[in-house]
Design a binder for this molecule. Structure first.
Ligand SMILES: Nc1ncnc2c1ncn2[C@@H]1O[C@H](COP(=O)(O)OP(=O)(O)O)[C@@H](O)[C@H]1O
Ligand SMILES: [Mg+2]
Length: 334
C-alpha cells in the first residue's frame, strides 16, 4: 500500500450557535491514495462540504475544528491562514458547485485563470495568457484564445464548470476535491466532465475526492466509497464491494434510491437520496447511540439508542469494508 496523499483522522467540526453547539462532523476518518478516486456520499446536510472546507481552513470563525488531516506529510488542522493559502490550489485544488465559489462576474476568464496561475506558478505577462489558453484547451474548451476574453455570463453552465476545473488545476494540485461539481449540469455535460477529470487524473496522477449525493455517478468513477451520515462515516469499502454487498441499513436504504442510469432528465430533477423515510438528525440535537437509529428500518433496540456502534469490519467481507451498525446485512454483529 502506498502512503496516503491525504489522511483524515477523527475530524470533528462543531459550529457555535445560539442553540448550542451544532455537531456537524463527528469523527470522520478516510485516506486518499495517489491516482485514486474516493467518493464521499450522503444525503444533503450530512457534513460532506463542511468536512472539506475544514481541511482547507475555509470555515467561518464560529467553527471549532478538531482532529487531524495529514496532507503530503504535513498536518493541515490548526495551520495558519498563510500556510493554508499555499496548500489551496498548489496542493489541493477545489471545484465546488455553483454558486458557492462561482466565478467573479465582472472579470474575464483570462483574469481569473491568470490570478490562479500567478498565485501558484512563477509565470507573468505573455506567459500567463498562453498557459491560460493551454489550460482551457486541456479542459476541453474549444477556441481558447477567444474564450479567454469572455465574461462568465457569456459561457454555458458546462463551460463555466470547465473553467472552474481549469482554475483548480492551474496550481497543478496533488489532490482535487470536487464537491457536487457536476450536480447542476445535465447528464451529457456531467459525463464529459467526469471523463475529463479521469483523463487529467491519469495524466497528472492526482488523487480525487468526489463529493456527491448522487450515487448514480459513483459506481462509474470511484475506487473507494465513504458513506456519511450525521457527520460520520457509517460504511466504507471498495466500490464493487460496497455496491455489491452494502452492509449498513443506511447504505442499503440509499441504494434503494438509485436513479435510473440512462435517465435523460437533468441531475437536479432526478430522484435524490430522499426516498428513505424520515430526515437526518439536527446537528444541534443529535440522538444518543447510533445517530441513524430513529430512522433505521432494520432494527432499533435499546443498545442502538445508547451505544454508538464502532466502524468495524463487515463479517465475511474484504478487510477494508467496514460498517458502523450493530445490525449489518447478513446477521447481527457480536
Ligand atoms: N456556518 C455554519 N454554521 C452553522 N451550521 C452550518 C454552517 N455551515 C453548515 N452548517 C450545517 O452543517 C450541516 C452540514 O452541512 P454541509 O456540510 O454543507 O452538508 P452536505 O453534506 O450537504 O455538504 C448542515 O446541517 C448545515 O446546516
Ligand atoms: Mg455540500
Amino acid at each position: 500500500m502506498t502512503t496516503p496523499l491525504l489522511a483524515v483522522d477523527d475530524l470533528h467540526v462543531a459550529f457555535r450557535t445560539r442553540r448550542g453547539p451544532a455537531r456537524v462532523v463527528n469523527g470522520l476518518s478516510f485516506e486518499l491514495h495517489p491516482g485514486r478516486t474516493l467518493a464521499v456520499v450522503g444525503e444533503s446536510g450530512s457534513g460532506k462540504s463542511v468536512s472539506s472546507l475544514a481541511l482547507l481552513g475555509l470555515l467561518p470563525g464560529t467553527a471549532d475544528v478538531r482532529g487531524s488531516a495529514i496532507f503530503d506529510g504535513d498536518e493541515l488542522i490548526g495551520r495558519s491562514e498563510e500556510d493554508l493559502r499555499k496548500v489551496r490550489g498548489a496542493g489541493i485544488g477545489m471545484v465546488f458547485q455553483d454558486p458557492m465559489t462561482s466565478l467573479n462576474p465582472v472579470l474575464t476568464i483570462e483574469r481569473q485563470i491568470g490570478e490562479a496561475l500567478r498565485a501558484h506558478e512563477k509565470v507573468s505577462g505573455d506567459g500567463v495568457r498562453s498557459r491560460a489558453a493551454e489550460l482551457l484547451t486541456e479542459v476541453g474548451i474549444p477556441d481558447a484564445t477567444t474564450r479567454l476574453r469572455a465574461y462568465p455570463h457569456q459561457l454555458s453552465g458546462g463551460m463555466r464548470q470547465r473553467v472552474m476545473i481549469a482554475i483548480a488545476l492551474a496550481g497543478n494540485p496533488k489532490v482535487l476535491i470536487a464537491d457536487e461539481a457536476t450536480t447542476a449540469l445535465d447528464v451529457t455535460v456531467q459525463a464529459q466532465i467526469i471523463e475529463l477529470i479521469e483523463k487529467l487524473q491519469d495524466e497528472h496522477g492526482m488523487g480525487v475526492v468526489w463529493i456527491t449525493h448522487d450515487l448514480g455517478v459513483v459506481a462509474g468513477i470511484a475506487d473507494h466509497v465513504v458513506v456519511m451520515y450525521a457527520g460520520r462515516c457509517v460504511e466504507e469499502g471498495a466500490v464493487d464491494e460496497l455496491f455489491g454487498r452494502p452492509a449498513h441499513p443506511y447504505t442499503r436504504g440509499l441504494l434503494g434510491a438509485l436513479p435510473v442510469v440512462d435517465d435523460p432528465r437533468p441531475a437536479r430533477e432526478r430522484d435524490e437520496l430522499v426516498t428513505m423515510p424520515g430526515l437526518p438528525p439536527d446537528p444541534a440535537d443529535l440522538p444518543p447511540g447510533c445517530a441513524f437509529h430513529p430512522r433505521c428500518p432494520v432494527r432499533a433496540d435499546a443498545r442502538c439508542a445508547t451505544e454508538p456502534p464502532p466502524l468495524a469490519p463487515v463479517p465475511g467481507s474484504a478487510a477494508e469494508h467496514r460498517a458502523a451498525s450493530f445490525y449489518v446485512a447478513g446477521g447481527e454483529r457480536a
